[in-house]
Design a binder for this molecule. Structure first.
Ligand code: SF4
Ligand code: SF4
Ligand code: SF4
Length: 181
């Protein structure tokens, strides 16, 4: 083959590769989630209790609903008025009271399992949104206190009512304190 033709072919291939790379990078920048997106910033203000009291299946879906305009900012009882104020500041809206239809704020709490009563049925395991319960079928279960958000979702599935909510130790407060704006 003519050496000039080979050189031109290599140049054309290189130019195509560069063009393709730039195009792919541009396309990726359009579809990759932005770590600093509005949803992320709203989610960062929510208490991450993952309790579903806002009637969304977790804090992030609620954050997405707020960002899209589908939900108001007053639906998070664990966050209380402090979270509503933080969200209002972020979104440049007027603060409003927490909507009581979604529940009332409670003191920080954490689940505790009475291991004497636990029958090891494991029904509480899938209910926990943060994998704070340790156990296996036919073995007693226990709660990792530092992991528990106090969401109460493990209470209804327990057939022997051996789970109760107790005041949270100070080390676990990180999950229950509303975040500052
Ligand atoms: S902590 Fe608040 S935002 Fe998160 S799931 Fe519970 S109610 Fe919804
Ligand atoms: S142990 Fe119970 S209260 Fe604690 S996070 Fe899991 S489901 Fe919620
Ligand atoms: S649901 Fe209740 S009885 Fe069953 S494993 Fe959990 S704590 Fe024990």
């Amino acid at each position: 083959m003519n050496p000039d033709a080979v050189f031109v072919a290599v140049l054309v291939a290189a130019a195509l590769a560069v063009t393709l790379g730039v195009a792919l990078g541009w396309a990726a920048s359009l579809i990759e989630p932005d770590a600093d997106s509005l949803v992320e910033r709203i989610d960062a203000l929510l208490p991450q209790t993952q309790c579903g009291q806002c009637r969304y299946p977790g804090c992030r879906p609620y954050a997405a609903a707020i960002a899209s305009g589908a939900a108001e900012i007053d639906r998070c009882p664990p966050g209380g008025d402090a979270t509503v104020r933080a969200l209002a500041a972020l979104l440049d809206r007027s603060p409003r009271p927490l909507d009581p239809a979604f529940g009332a704020p409670k003191p920080a709490q954490v689940a505790w399992i009475d291991e004497e009563k636990c029958i090891g049925c494991a029904r509480c395991l899938p209910a926990c949104p943060v994998d704070a319960i340790v156990g296996a079928p036919r073995q007693m279960h226990t709660v990792i206190t530092a992991q528990c958000t106090g969401c109460e979702l493990c209470l209804p599935p327990c057939p022997v009512d051996c789970i109760e909510l107790r005041p949270v130790p100070a080390v676990s407060l990180r999950y229950r304190q509303p975040r500052a704006a």
